[in-house]
Each structure stands twice: as structure tokens, then as C-alpha cells.
Design a protein around this ligand. Structure first.
Ligand SMILES: NC(=O)c1ccc[n+]([C@@H]2O[C@H](COP(=O)([O-])OP(=O)(O)OC[C@H]3O[C@@H](n4cnc5c(N)ncnc54)[C@H](O)[C@@H]3O)[C@@H](O)[C@H]2O)c1
Length: 259
């Protein structure tokens, strides 16, 4: 549920078809739920079977449109593109919105990185966004427009040193957004980056939260409250909706003022 009492509603999103990568848990789950609450038709892929199935059940059980979902490892580009095609068929038409959310922020020391590990980090954190865009593009062109939202990160911007490969991959998100804004804009398709600060997903609390990290968060944010997944989803909704119709090629930070 959104952390604010009266979240915005965007009538333009009702009935829109939305594809989310990594939508089964964490911020992706909040994005899937937020679009469903707007009456959008949502499809997502993830490798987390139990969480994904539970999300679909929860939303359908709450009277929202049941999201279409498949297990898909986004490191497999043909499988990802095949899922996008099947999802469009399943939801009855081309996608209006693509949210490139999937990522993996596993920690690694620079000395331990091999060329294979490097490639694997790029395959989950950088490559899927480009090829998902490639897959939705013909449909968005047929529809005469669309919106792409790429999830960035403040991690590399605040010089977090625990995951250099992830930092490289996430810094490429702004380049992806800027590099595609003009060719996509020619078709009325907008593309933006939403950059989260430290968002307290269940995974973040379980794996990476420490008292020292919490003290740093409090020192570094300008607002003391914890960021929650729905805070990020709120910005994604705006950019996907017609209210954001003249926003493209930009980075929008939701980080409580940290970076
Ligand atoms: N949580 C944060 O504090 C934070 C901070 C900055 C940026 N971000 C960005 O926000 C986005 C979402 O973050 P999150 O913390 O919810 O991410 P997460 O690590 O929880 O993963 C997102 C989802 O992707 C799925 N996934 C992982 N590997 C996959 C694969 N190979 N194929 C398919 N699915 C896979 C996971 O199962 C999960 O459901 C990411 O792009 C991340 O880089 C998050």
C-alpha cells in the first residue's frame, strides 16, 4: 500500500499496457501495484517465483486487474524479448509503458572480478534495458507514442564502493536515457531515468542494513524518513502518465536529498 494517505490518481493510465522487468518483489512490486491501482494492465517478468505468484494473487484478490507474469531470467535476451511479445498478446495489444527496473546489487571486491563476472553483472544490470526497449519499440510506434522509465541509482553518484561493476552498469542508465531520447522522441516516445536513493525493501533490510549504514543514511539524507518502494513508484507513475507529456531525456532523483 502507498505510504501516503491520498496518493495521486492519473486517469490517463487506466487501460494502458505496462511492462515491468524485475516486477516480482522490492521496488518493482510497488511499481506493478501502483500501475494496477491506476487501472493499468500490467505484465512483469522475474526469477522470484513465489514472490511473483503471491503478488499476482494479492492484486487479483484485491479486485485489481490480475497482472500477467512469467519466470524469465533477463540475462537471456531472446527469452526476455519473447516474454514481451507473449505479454502483449496476453494483454491484448502493444505496450504503452516500459519500466526497466530489474537489477542485482551484489557486493564484490575489485580484485575478485573476472571477465566472466563482469559480463554477468552487465547482463543483469545494463543489457536488459536496451533490449527490452528494442522489443517494445515497434508497438509504441504503432500506437503513436509511449513512455520508458529506466531505474538508475545514486550508488555510483555518492561513490559507494561496495559494488564497482553494479556502479558501472547503473551509471550507464543515464547514457541510455540520453542516447535514446532523440530517436524515440521522433515517435512521440518519452524516456527518463528515475534514480532512487536507499530504499528500504525487504532485501535491503535483510542483506545490507547495518547500524553504521543507518547512521550514514540519517547523516546524508536531507529528509530523515526512510525511502519506501512506493515513493519511487509515485515518480514512475507521473512520468508514465500524460501529465509528464513534456518530460524526456531527464534524470529524476527520489533520494531524500542524499546525492
Ligand atoms: N533498493 C534500493 O535501495 C535501490 C537504490 C538505488 C537504485 N535501486 C534500483 O531500483 C531498482 C529496483 O531495486 P530493488 O532494490 O527493488 O531490486 P532487487 O535487487 O530487489 O531486484 C529487483 C527484482 O529483480 C529480480 N531479479 C534479479 N535478478 C533477475 C534476473 N536475472 N532476471 C529476472 N529478474 C531478476 C529480483 O527477483 C527482484 O524481484 C533497480 O534497478 C535498482 O538498481 C534500488
Amino acid at each position: 500500500m502507498p505510504p501516503v494517505a491520498h496518493p495521486a490518481s492519473y486517469p490517463s493510465l487506466a487501460g494502458r499496457r505496462v511492462f515491468v522487468t524485475g516486477g516480482g518483489s522490492g521496488i518493482g512490486e510497488a511499481i506493478v501495484e501502483a500501475f494496477a491501482r491506476q487501472g493499468a494492465l500490467v505484465a512483469f517478468v522475474d526469477v522470484a517465483d513465489a514472490a511473483s505468484a503471491a503478488l499476482a494473487e494479492r492484486l487479483a484478490g484485491g479486485g485489481l486487474p490480475r497482472p500477467w507474469w512469467r519466470r524469465c531470467d533477463v540475462r537471456d535476451v531472446p527469452a526476455l524479448q519473447q516474454c514481451i511479445a507473449e505479454a502483449a498478446e496476453g494483454l491484448g495489444g502493444d505496450f504503452d509503458v516500459l519500466v526497466n527496473n530489474v537489477a542485482s546489487d551484489d557486493r564484490h571486491a575489485p580484485e575478485a572480478v573476472t571477465p566472466d563476472y563482469w559480463d554477468e553483472r552487465m547482463a543483469v544490470n545494463a543489457r536488459p534495458a536496451f533490449f527490452a526497449i528494442q522489443a517494445v519499440l515497434p508497438g509504441m510506434q504503432r500506437r503513436g507514442g509511449g513512455a520508458v522509465v529506466n531505474l538508475g541509482s545514486i550508488g555510483w553518484q555518492i561513490k559507494e564502493g561496495a559494488y564497482p561493476c553494479y556502479a558501472v552498469a547503473k551509471s550507464s542508465v543515464n547514457g541510455l536515457t540520453r542516447g535514446l531520447a532523440r530517436p524515440l522522441g521522433a515517435h512521440g516516445i518519452r524516456i527518463n531515468t528515475v534514480t532512487p536513493g536507499w530504499v528500504m525493501t525487504e532485501r535491503q533490510r535483510r542483506l545490507w542494513w547495518t547500524p553504521e549504514g543507518e547512521a550514514e543514511r540519517r547523516r546524508s539524507q536531507c529528509l530523515v524518513d526512510e525511502l519506501l518502494p512506493h515513493d519511487i513508484a509515485a515518480m514512475v507513475l507521473f512520468l508514465a502518465s500524460d501529465d509528464g507529456r513534456m518530460c524526456t531525456a531527464q534524470e529524476f532523483k527520489v533520494d531524500a536529498g542524499w546525492a
